[in-house]
Design a protein around this ligand. Structure first.
Ligand code: SF4
Ligand code: SF4
Length: 196
């Protein structure tokens, strides 16, 4: 390194230090320039469209599994069973927010728009399991058993109704067979006109 480059480096160091100190001094004397936020007493305003923790309105969710299929990191899991009305019933719906990368793909594909990002971002835990959000409090096995009972009851009712309808149909056919044949008036007159 030549003397000229050496001197240039010294000048550059002095200039950049002076620039930095000027900014520090400005923030130090002007309260409007304050950038430190006294978190958690103060918080930044969340911008519109911020992708925070996910929330699923399970009353609107149709258990279509689109969100599960589209998630690149497999952090959504759900269980569902077919109900008596043929619609899917959610038994469990969980999101692992410790794994989620907040890409928003699941929200984009959700047909009934039941899945949404919230503005929440604060959660700390020493246990990974606590980072899994459970959106259905009831036990999945209990829900499945209840739905299975409802399906069985509906099937029994349908079978009973079919049996009753079949019995009514058979009774109608028997009544028709038991009736005497009806002679048409015109045909009866022709019978009378015929010579002996
Ligand atoms: S935001 Fe992205 S990573 Fe998170 S659950 Fe949805 S699809 Fe998966
Ligand atoms: S995409 Fe929406 S409706 Fe379908 S399972 Fe996911 S949250 Fe439910």
């Amino acid at each position: 390194m030549g003397l000229k480059e050496y001197m240039n480096d010294i000048v550059e160091a002095v200039v950049t230090t002076a620039k930095g100190m000027r900014i520090t001094a400005r923030y130090g004397v002007d309260p409007k320039e304050e950038v430190t936020l006294q978190y958690p007493e103060e918080r930044w305003e969340i911008p519109e469209g911020y992708r925070g923790f996910l929330h699923n309105d399970v009353k609107k969710c149709t258990a279509c599994t689109m969100c599960v299929k589209v998630c690149p990191v497999d952090c959504i899991s759900l269980e569902s069973v077919r109900g008596a009305d043929k619609k899917m019933v959610l038994a469990s719906y969980d999101i692992n927010i410790g794994r989620c990368m907040y890409c928003g793909l699941c929200v984009e594909v959700c047909p009934p728009k039941s899945l949404k990002h919230t503005s929440g971002y604060e959660m700390a835990s020493a246990a990974r399991g606590e980072l899994i959000l459970h959106f259905i409090a009831e036990d999945a096995a209990e829900i499945k058993a209840r739905v299975a009972r409802q399906v069985a009851e509906a099937a029994a009712k349908a079978a009973e109704a079919a049996k009753t309808a079949e019995a009514a149909k058979t009774a109608d056919l028997s009544a028709v067979a038991a009736k005497p044949p009806v002679v048409e008036p015109k045909a009866a007159k022709e019978e009378e006109k015929k010579p002996e």
